[in-house]
Design a protein around this ligand. Structure first.
Ligand SMILES: [Zn+2]
Length: 56
């Protein structure tokens, strides 16, 4: 079970977890927490080419 966090850049093919960072996509609010804080959908940003893509 080591495949839990395995992403690959759709543009340059970068696979290193150290280069691929999860970050919130602030244009997509998933829901609001009970405190009223928005919870965003997470996206992956490639540190090599700067592409931002969905976790799929
Ligand atoms: Zn890339």
């Amino acid at each position: 079970m080591t495949e839990t966090k395995r992403f690959r850049c759709i543009k340059c093919g970068e696979e290193s977890p150290r280069k691929l960072h999860e970050e919130p996509d602030k244009s997509k609010v998933l829901y609001y927490s009970m405190q009223g804080t928005p919870v965003y959908k997470n996206k992956i940003r490639c540190g090599s080419c700067g592409t931002i893509f969905d976790k799929t």
